[in-house]
Design a protein around this ligand. Structure first.
Ligand code: HEC
Ligand code: HEC
Length: 236
């Protein structure tokens, strides 16, 4: 029990060299079709325009549970596209899109979406939250008797994401977040480095997933580097 508690940060750090080692491989090749063109028009090989589902600015479509792509780390996007193409992350809509792209095109479109700004904002925290506020409690404190760390320990304050391995989750739709938690638990989506998300999701009930999904969906996305200044920017 205690061992797991102290080893999470170390595990996260331990994974970094692998991601850094992958970076030259992922970033080296330049796309034949530029990222913005793939996003806006799709490819002759059969990928549909990403923007038709993920929005003109990569903002996603909350009603349809199409995730936001703007501001996600490039290596994360490229890895997800590879997972869809290889079928380890199972989704009937995204699989044909990802399969139609070459590795270079995946990297190009990933770099493009990573470069788009995420809107500013912060989640609302109730200062007097109790364990009954399941969403906020799990997000910010976790549940240690189950060895369930707080989501923000890996996904950063406000769920804005950390580095390239821990994607932002704030501002994705509740339906999308919950569906991904179920997918991690059911094994239809790989759990990421060291299966970190697989371990987390297996400890959550359906009600936990729904509550924490609502909590992060109510938070507006915030760029990692701008967490401190975004609320000021948003007011303009
Ligand atoms: C027909 C609609 C549609 C089109 C077109 C489409 N997507 Fe998707 N995309 C989805 C859906 C639905 C999901 C959620 C899949 C899931 O639940 O795992 C998704 C998920 C993703 C994800 C995972 C995001 C995350 O946070 O893990 C990436 C990356 C992605 N799409 C990139 C692209 C790119 C790049 C293109 C263009 C080449 C594209 N998509 C075209 C519907 C679409
Ligand atoms: C020990 C670290 C860790 C903790 C704690 C953690 N996550 Fe994650 N999470 C990850 C990693 C790593 C990924 C990326 C997985 C991948 O590469 O596919 C991820 C991915 C996700 C995704 C997919 C995002 C997307 O764009 O598709 C969601 C949703 C998510 N986490 C929600 C949560 C929630 C909710 C909690 C708290 C209950 C949580 N996570 C706690 C490490 C963690």
């Amino acid at each position: 029990m205690n061992r797991l508690r102290t080893s999470y940060p170390r595990l996260c750090l331990a994974a970094m060299p692998f991601w850094l080692a992958l970076w030259p491989v992922v970033s080296h090749a330049q796309g034949d079709l530029p990222g913005p063109e793939i996003a806006a028009k799709g490819t002759p090989s059969g990928a549909a325009a990403c923007a038709s589902c993920h929005g003109a600015k990569g903002e996603g479509n909350a009603a349809a549970n199409f995730p936001r792509l703007a501001g996600l780390p490039a290596t994360y996007i490229a890895a997800q596209l590879q997972n869809f193409a290889e079928g380890t992350r199972q989704n009937p809509v995204m699989a044909p899109q990802a399969k139609a792209l070459s590795a270079r095109e995946r990297n190009a479109v990933a770099a493009y979406y990573a470069s788009l700004p995420a809107a500013g904002g912060m989640p609302l925290n109730k200062p007097d939250a109790t364990t009954k506020d399941v969403g906020q409690w799990l997000a910010t404190r976790g549940r240690w008797d189950q060895d369930l760390p707080a989501c923000v320990q890996c996904h950063g304050p406000a769920g804005a994401g950390v580095g390239t391995a821990f994607p932002p989750i704030a501002g994705q739709s509740a339906g999308y977040i919950a569906s991904q938690l179920h997918a991690f638990k059911d094994g239809t989506r790989p759990g990421g480095p060291l299966n970190l998300m697989g371990v987390v999701a297996k400890r959550m009930s359906d009600a936990d997933m729904a509550a924490v999904a609502d909590y992060f969906a109510a938070a507006k996305p915030v760029a990692q580097s701008e967490a401190a200044t975004s609320s000021a920017r948003e007011k303009k």
